[in-house]
Design a protein around this ligand. Structure first.
Ligand code: HAM
Length: 418
């Protein structure tokens, strides 16, 4: 075949849909439980929306965005994350005037020109939720608790939530200065990316996974040690709240996240299963983002999780997922007259909301019953010339291999009562 799905993308086949539906249903249910309303934003946006918010020096902006000029010459980018578009929509639709907090969630495809591997795709899907208009720690705690509960509701076991505070625009420069001072004499041993990060994005020196960089990061100063009093109180309050609800968490001093818009709280969740693609979800507070996009200052906090990674972990952890319903009835027929009768009976039953499949070609009864079983039908309704003359159908139980006649009159009620 000449064509394949583009590298890093996947088809979601009918047999995969049970898992997808399970995750989406749970996402919608938890969003409703916590009072979030759904928002859908366009698949592409003005490229500047992401360069300005996600950060000029981040991997997403420098290496991973799908940006193109359209025929009108506008620079557009396929959404590489969901938070900035939701903030753009929040401002554009004057949501600041709504009762606070404004809580919005999305289920959306996300595009990143990443190096494809298990659990890392160029198109993936996220469930995300964003809370606007609350500056205090209970909002952060509720978002973290909701994220954690979501995985629990799915039946996944996860490691303790990792939390950290990276401070605010007032205290972070102090931390960055301390960090750069620490690294001044250690640059030689770092990977090429980290050498560049030292200049452009020093916070990310802390979470580089390369062995040569991990050793240096181990002794590096911690962001929490440079917090101003406001950020310190916020972080302490968050930890008190998480302890109070018994949520398992640990402070990870190296957690900084890969997007520039965060302030104060950042957090991530990893599956418990050994060897699974590490992070399944992450988020944090981003109090400056709405203001940066031209809206009035609005504190905000949110979270997003990758659906493909959730599904990988559901499979690894052997979580039983409800199967998609199969048609209960199959209509089989023999002979031209029966074919016509079957066609109109199918229409009548569907009109009544009865879920069924009809045979669409004249094949042997054996072949039709084989088809019925492979589609997962429980019963076959068989029509031949003799059934037409008696105004009935033969109802065959495909599981128990029994059969009986059923009058056509009142058939809708009869089938509903089975
Ligand atoms: P993120 O950590 O970049 O955060 O992405 C969230 C989740 O999307 C990740 O934890 C992971 O499960 C999934 N993910 C990311 N990249 C890929 C990929 N290439 N293939 C498969 N799955 C992937 C954000 O995007 C922020 N907008 C989260 C947020 C919401 N912060 C505040 N509100």
């Amino acid at each position: 075949m000449d064509y394949q799905a583009p590298r890093g993308t996947q088809d979601i086949l009918p047999e995969d849909q049970s898992c997808w539906r399970y995750v989406r249903d749970k996402a919608e249910a938890i969003a409703q439980l916590y009072g979030y309303a759904r928002i859908d934003t366009p698949t592409f946006e003005d490229a500047r929306l992401f360069t300005r918010t996600v950060g000029e020096e981040t991997d997403i902006v420098t290496k991973e965005m799908y940006t193109f000029a359209d025929r009108g010459g506008s620079d557009l980018t396929l959404r590489p994350e969901g938070t900035a578009p939701v903030c753009r929509a929040y401002i554009e639709h004057g949501m600041a005037s709504r009762a606070k907090p404004v809580k919005l969630f999305y289920l959306a495809s996300i595009f990143r020109y990443d190096r494809p591997q298990a659990g890392r795709y160029r198109e993936h899907h996220q469930f995300g939720f964003e809370l606007f208009g609350e500056a205090d720690a209970p909002a952060d705690a509720e978002v973290i608790e909701m994220a954690w509960r979501f995985y629990r509701e799915l039946g996944l076991t996860t490691l303790p939530v990792q939390v950290n505070s990276i401070g605010c625009p007032e205290c972070r420069p102090m931390f960055v200065a301390a960090l750069k001072e620490y690294y001044t004499n250690r640059l030689e041993g770092l990977c090429t990316d980290c050498k560049a990060r030292y200049q452009k994005n020093p916070l990310r020196l802390l979470d580089c996974k390369k062995p040569e960089c991990r050793a240096a990061a181990l002794m590096a100063p911690h962001p929490v040690d440079s917090l101003c009093s406001g950020c310190r109180v916020h972080f302490d309050k968050l930890m008190t709240l998480l302890n109070h609800v018994g949520l398992p968490f640990e402070v990870n001093h190296h957690l900084v996240r890969g997007l520039d818009y965060y302030s104060r709280t950042v957090f991530e969740i990893q599956p418990a299963e050994e060897g699974a693609q590490s992070t399944i979800g992450g988020g944090g507070r981003y109090d400056g983002l709405i203001g940066q996009l031209g809206g009035e200052h609005t504190p905000a906090v949110g979270f997003a999780t990758g659906i493909e990674r959730i599904i990988i972990n559901l499979k690894r952890q052997n979580v039983a997922v409800p199967m998609m319903p199969t048609p209960r009835f199959f209509i089989a027929w023999l002979g031209d007259a029966a074919g016509l009768a079957a066609f109109s009976l199918t229409a009548v039953l569907r009109q009544a909301g009865i879920n069924l499949v009809q045979s669409l070609s004249a094949r042997s009864l054996k072949a039709q019953l084989r088809q019925a079983s492979s589609l997962g039908a429980e019963y076959a309704l068989i029509i031949g010339d003799s059934e037409i003359s008696k105004q009935e159908v033969l109802l065959r139980d495909l599981v128990r291999s029994t059969q009986r006649s059923l009058p056509l009159e009142g058939i809708v009620e009869s089938l509903r009562s089975i």
